[in-house]
Design a protein around this ligand. Structure first.
Ligand SMILES: Cc1ncc(COP(=O)(O)O)c(C=O)c1O
Ligand SMILES: N[C@@H](CCOP(=O)(O)O)C(=O)O
Length: 433
């Protein structure tokens, strides 16, 4: 598969080049040149297919021929070594739990998949690759874990100081080895802007191979399609008109769901559930796309003021507003509403959600309030213990720490504080051996 830049001013790239570059030379996001829907027989036999087989069929066309089929099967088997259960909340609402991986956030799948692709491409290469990542909370930990010890790869993570949860900070600052954490005096969007600026800085790119492990990288983004197939497999015999409510920040996850729909997965509708960072909710009302500085919320991983992947969503719907609107609804919720939803899920359904999942639940309720004949699945994108203070204060009950979280609790944080792009640049130049 070749990839084209959505800025239309760069040559097309192979999957391998798109992964190694992260972003096209014209600063555009890469997008597949074509999308071939899966055959009818695939959906007919989905009940007989394992998750690994489903994932293989879904992603094969996007990585071929750069990753041979046998290698792809191994990468998928190693990536999907945990479960993705759908849990019923009530007759009309379920949740798809995406937090059973090593860092207990949905980013684990994309990070592990990408790390293995890069490891494969880099196996005979003597030149080191530096993976730059901006995180509002979860990507950093998942990428740190996924790339830890990968030969020939250095990871540099930028996170907004004081704006990630205590456990998220531990996950991204304590692994050391080939992982460096940079604590940025700013918000997530400042981190993301610095990363994008570094890709265009010839002073850096002439001396080092930089790539991104945010969802702008196709190898991080596309594996997120798998979730929607896994939920469909679990639900399609008992429910029709399946709607996904996706707690959204950078819009990579929901956009991956839309790619699954392009492959023929019968998804009835999408709901982009937002906190107060509601650029897309407003766009669907006003048709004006107006990025704005992000505001801090209790669902901090979604504190994004200029979602990178929105341009890919527009591409999928051929920049046709009406066609997008018929497939996507969006709602935005306050922190107070999110706390109420956490409480309701716990008190009424004995379900302990995290603040991001709670926003997704609210999205389901808002959608079902106007469309009764549907079954809404909200994605539970992180484990509640990652947001221990918020969750325990709302449900007024202690929750047990899973081993993945226990393991980082007593580790010492190691980070470098930076306040400007020039400081990032000097850290990066210092990593050159
Ligand atoms: C827990 C959690 N929920 C939701 C999101 C939003 O996902 P996306 O950026 O793909 O929209 C993130 C971060 O990306 C996250 O970490
Ligand atoms: N919410 C993310 C922000 C970056 O999103 P990504 O999917 O583009 O990596 C985070 O938790 O860091």
């Amino acid at each position: 598969m070749n990839y084209r830049s959505l800025n239309k001013k760069a040559p097309n790239s192979s999957f391998k080049d798109a992964v190694i570059r992260g972003i096209a030379p014209d600063k555009g996001l890469y997008f597949p040149e074509s999308i071939t829907p899966l055959p009818y027989s695939f959906f007919q036999s989905i009940d007989d297919l394992s998750y690994e087989e489903i994932a293989f069929e879904a992603i094969k066309q996007f990585v071929s021929p750069d990753i041979p089929e046998a290698v792809l099967k191994t990468i998928i088997a190693e990536t999907l070594s945990f479960d993705f259960p759908v849990v019923a909340i009530n007759d009309n609402v379920s949740t798809l739990e995406l937090f059973h991986g090593p860092t207990m956030a949905f980013k684990d799948v994309g990070a592990r998949f990408m790390a293995r692709c890069l490891g494969y491409f880099n196996q005979n290469n003597t030149k080191e690759v530096t993976v730059l990542v901006a995180t509002s909370g979860d990507t950093g930990g998942a990428v740190a874990n996924g790339f830890l010890g990968v030969k020939g790869v250095n990871v540099v993570i930028l996170y907004p100081s004081g704006k990630v949860s205590a456990i998220q900070e531990k996950q991204l600052t304590t692994l050391k080895q080939n992982i460096t954490a940079l604590e940025v005096d700013g918000v997530f969007d400042d981190c993301q802007d610095m990363v994008k600026r570094a890709f265009l800085d010839e002073d850096l790119t002439s001396k080092m191979q930089l790539t991104s492990a945010n969802s702008i990288n196709v190898a991080r983004w596309l594996p997120q399609m798998f979730y929607f197939f896994f939920a469909y497999k679990q639900l399609h015999k008992t429910h029709k008109n399946i709607v996904f409510s996706v707690p959204s920040g950078n819009f990579g996850n929901i956009c991956a769901g839309m790619m699954a729909q392009q492959l023929g997965l019968p998804i009835h509708h999408f709901v982009a559930s937002n906190n107060q960072n509601n650029v897309v909710t407003e766009y669907l009302t006003t048709q004006l796309y107006q990025p704005k500085p992000s505001v801090q919320t209790i669902s901090n991983a979604m504190d994004v003021g200029n979602p990178s992947n929105f341009i890919r969503i527009q591409e999928i719907f051929k920049n046709d507003f009406e066609s997008l609107k018929s497939n996507l609804s969006s709602y935005s919720f306050s922190d107070d509403e999110t706390r109420e939803a956490l409480k309701e899920l716990y008190k009424t359904y004995a379900y302990v959600a995290d603040p991001h999942g709670a926003v997704g639940y609210l999205g389901c309720k808002a959608y079902l309030g106007k469309n009764q004949d549907a079954h809404c699945v909200f994605l539970e994108t992180a484990h509640p213990t990652k947001f221990l203070d918020v969750v325990t204060s709302v449900i007024t009950k202690d929750i047990e720490l899973p081993p993945q979280i226990e393991a980082v609790m007593d580790q010492d944080k190691e980070s470098i504080s930076i306040g400007s792009y020039d400081e990032l640049k000097s850290v990066l130049l210092n990593t050159i051996k």
